[in-house]
Design a protein around this ligand. Structure first.
Ligand code: NAP
Length: 409
């Protein structure tokens, strides 16, 4: 019976794993997280009642000695991410990260045949990427980026057509770091980053600024999970399932970040949206006041706007690393260029557009002292440029309902 089968994920730090949500969408079986400390793997494999399990960092090599059988692919790559119980109680190890990376490369595979890929990092995922690229006849070199060695990059690799990041550099919670500058690779036409949290790593954001398309690792994660489920269940799953799951997980994991003029209703609408969606609300103005230990008008009066903006960016740097939240921001967040990438990395940016005459400017230092007309002229083009979606503000319930519906939350 499919419903009574039990699967899971073995790894060390699993609290942020997306796998339970992905497998819940495939459906029909139990899927549990099994965090293990080093040294606990042998006892776990001996005692577990699971019918199969996925394996993640740092155990993809360590499980190999426990496999009575290995798929040719897992044997060639030297890495196992899927364990299947054999009829006699033993284990078969397989590698579905291969299918995952093939999916991530997708239709671009043909365009890079005969071209040069540069793989950043030399761990388990890099070995999988090498196997896929080799099978597709894409020549590749590995750049041994490491915590211990600073590599000599540019002379040998400046001609790479494709860059694949197979290091964890830039992964949550170390957002904002990039293993290389894509600007150093003038031939580069595509960047693939295996990291899926944040949705857009610093490497991807830098690439996009240069006009180079970039994709993160969420599609790979979902594709490897669907292929693992096919092996668990011994049946093919519908075509298109990977894309449907990827889109749903992407939507669930992205924050919804509200921008707009002071007094347009960001906090009130944010609260209603949080209520409608069950997502927690983070209000940057509230967090700034907590951090400073004083009200926003007092911060402006005692320390000035520059100090306030620095506090705001520090708070934003923290909250925009989060996933699946509603974030209400202050009206001037768009005046600091650094905030743009912070927002883009993991949020859908929503501009709440309210008529100037209806803005509530009580207790808003800049609106009162600089004047609402000047602020409006300066900021409206910025909100429009930064936003992924614009919503006209009616009453808070209608506006929150419109956002929920349009964004499919
Ligand atoms: P791994 O076996 O530990 O290899 C990581 C590689 O990156 C090694 O070469 C390591 O070198 C280097 N590295 C690690 N930390 C670094 C740092 N702070 N600075 C510079 N280099 C560093 O890990 P993996 O299994 O290959 O995974 C690599 C990345 O791919 C992870 O972010 C993982 O989440 C992602 N991944 C994603 C998927 C997916 O489905 N999207 C699947 C597999 C992996 P040193 O050890 O010498 O530092």
């Amino acid at each position: 019976m499919k419903g009574s089968r039990k699967y899971g994920l073995v790894g060390r730090h699993l609290s942020h794993s997306y796998s339970p949500a992905i497998h819940a969408m495939i459906g029909g079986y139990e899927y549990r997280l099994c965090p293990l400390e080093p040294g606990e793997l042998a006892d776990f494999i001996r005692a577990t009642d699971l019918d199969g399990f996925n394996v993640t960092i740092p155990y993809k090599k360590e499980v190999i000695p426990f496999c009575q059988e290995l798929s040719p692919r897992a044997a060639a790559i030297g890495s196992v991410n899927t364990m299947l119980r054999l009829p006699d109680g033993g284990w078969r190890g397989d590698n579905t990260d291969y299918d995952g990376f093939l999916h991530l490369l997708g239709a671009d595979a043909a365009a890079f045949c005969g071209k040069k890929a540069l793989i950043l990092g030399d761990g388990g995922a890099a070995a999988t990427v090498r196997a896929v690229l080799g099978d597709l006849n894409i020549s590749h070199e590995t750049l041994r980026i490491s915590r211990h060695v600073i590599p000599d990059i540019h002379d040998r690799h400046y001609d790479a057509d494709l860059i694949v990041n197979a290091t964890p550099v830039g992964m949550y919670p170390e957002n904002g770091k990039s293993p290389v500058d894509p600007g150093d690779f003038p031939a580069c036409r595509l960047v693939l980053d295996l990291i899926y949290n944040p949705a857009k790593t610093a490497l991807m954001l830098m690439a996009e600024r240069l006009g180079i398309p970039a994709r993160g690792g969420l599609g790979m994660l979902c594709a490897q999970a669907v292929r693992a489920a096919e092996l668990f269940l011994g049946e093919s799953l519908p075509e298109g399932l990977v894309d449907r799951i990827t889109e749903k997980i992407r939507r669930d994991m992205l924050n919804v970040l509200l921008v707009g003029m002071p007094g347009c209703g960001k906090t009130t609408i944010g609260r209603r949206l949080a209520g409608l969606t069950g997502r927690p609300l983070l209000d940057t103005d509230e967090l700034i006041q907590e951090k400073a230990g004083m009200s926003i008008p007092d911060i402006f009066e005692k320390h000035g706007e520059t100090y306030f903006r620095e506090l705001e960016t520090a708070v934003l740097r923290k909250v925009t690393k989060e996933s699946g939240k509603i974030i209400a921001t202050g009206g001037g967040v768009v005046t600091v260029p650094e905030n743009f990438d912070l927002i883009r990395q993991n949020s859908i940016c929503v501009f709440l557009d309210r008529e100037k005459e209806k803005l509530d400017i009580s207790g808003r230092p800049l609106s009162r002292f600089v004047g609402i007309d000047g602020l409006y002229r300066q900021r409206i083009p910025l909100y429009r440029a930064w936003a992924d979606f614009t919503f006209r503000v009616y009453d808070p319930d209608t506006t929150a309902g419109n956002i929920k519906k349009e964004l499919g939350l």
